[in-house]
Design a protein around this ligand. Structure first.
Ligand SMILES: Nc1nc2c(ncn2[C@@H]2O[C@H](COP(=O)(O)OP(=O)(O)OP(=O)(O)O)[C@@H](O)[C@H]2O)c(=O)[nH]1
Ligand SMILES: [Mg+2]
Length: 281
């Protein structure tokens, strides 16, 4: 499945990111805990060289906790601090603040030695729809920036003040101009980071069902009350139409409705906590 998708505003967003990087003391990269490999933007990564970094495995509530724990170890083994966060939940702020404190410690202490109380500036980056704005609102304890369940919500940058000595910067979601492989684009589309308008959602859903049949067959069968799974994703889609009663006049399967339902339910975690990528692969 080929996905073409580098919208014009991203070139602008990239330039803006580069300009603002100069004033950032710490960079927080949000990854989608279900797809840490595909949500790691190599382009952003290159820009962030030499910065103090924290990796947040966000949407941890939607991922398999055992696999997320492995991912944490994986990053830590590379000397990158990584924490698992569910930004839609309260009570996650403390571990984030502690991580920021650790990352900014050296700089803060150096300034203090010169008698200056430093304001720590943290830039939050990541792919579209990964939850950057939601994460910032969670840390701020208020709805400071707009967050919505579709990619491309945040357009300009925005500083959010978290207290007298901390500011977080929200940035637009960034994809990279080209993917090295099709799997990356597919995984990003499964998880809602590519606009559905630019992909063939029937095919996307069929591929998702094939993937779920492979890695989480029990959850898939339980959710849609299926007794067995066919190899072909389109056949699974038809079985779901039957089981859910998505049938139009004349007995025709309403596959459009099944496609919407499956994509929404997967993205919302209703099929279960499923990680599509594990560090062992
Ligand atoms: N289940 C779950 N949903 C989350 C989490 N964090 C964010 N979301 C949801 O993900 C969707 C996108 O969130 P945003 O904060 O707008 O994402 P963003 O990265 O700012 O997106 P852009 O500005 O478009 O790049 C929203 O529906 C959020 O409620 C999380 O930890 N768990
Ligand atoms: Mg946003």
């Amino acid at each position: 499945m080929q996905i073409q998708w580098y919208p014009g505003h991203m070139t602008k967003a990239r330039r803006m990111l580069q300009d603002n990087l100069k004033v950032a003391d710490v960079v927080i990269t949000l990854l989608d805990a279900r797809i840490p490999v595909s949500s790691w933007n190599p382009d952003i990564d290159n820009m962030m060289q030499g910065k103090q970094r924290i990796v947040i495995l966000n949407k941890a509530d939607l991922a398999d906790a055992a696999i997320t724990a492995k991912w944490k170890k994986y990053y830590q083994a590379q000397g990158i601090e990584a924490i698992a966060v569910t930004s839609v939940k309260k009570g996650e702020k403390k571990q984030v603040m502690q991580a920021i404190e650790r990352a900014a410690k050296k700089k803060v202490e150096a300034m203090r030695a010169r008698g200056v109380k430093k304001i720590v500036r943290v830039m939050v980056v990541g792919i579209p729809n990964v939850g950057k704005s939601t994460f910032i609102n969670m840390v701020a304890g208020a709805t400071s920036v707009k967050a919505e369940d579709r990619p491309g919500v945040t357009r300009g940058r925005q500083w959010v003040r978290i207290g007298p000595y901390l500011e977080l910067m929200d940035t637009p979601g960034m994809l990279w101009p080209k993917f090295d492989d099709e799997v990356t684009g597919m995984h990003l589309a499964f998880c809602g980071s590519v606009r559905d308008e630019i992909v063939d959602t029937d095919q996307l859903c069929s591929l998702l069902l094939q993937k779920l049949a492979e890695i989480a067959p029990d959850k898939l069968m339980a959710r849609y009350k299926l007794e067995y799974l066919e190899e072909d994703g389109f056949r699974v889609l038809e079985a779901i139409c039957k089981s859910r009663g998505f049938i139009q006049k004349g007995g025709v399967y309403d596959t459009d409705r099944a496609v919407r339902t499956v994509l929404d339910e997967f993205r919302g975690g209703k099929i279960g906590q499923i990680s599509l990528e594990s560090p062992e692969e």
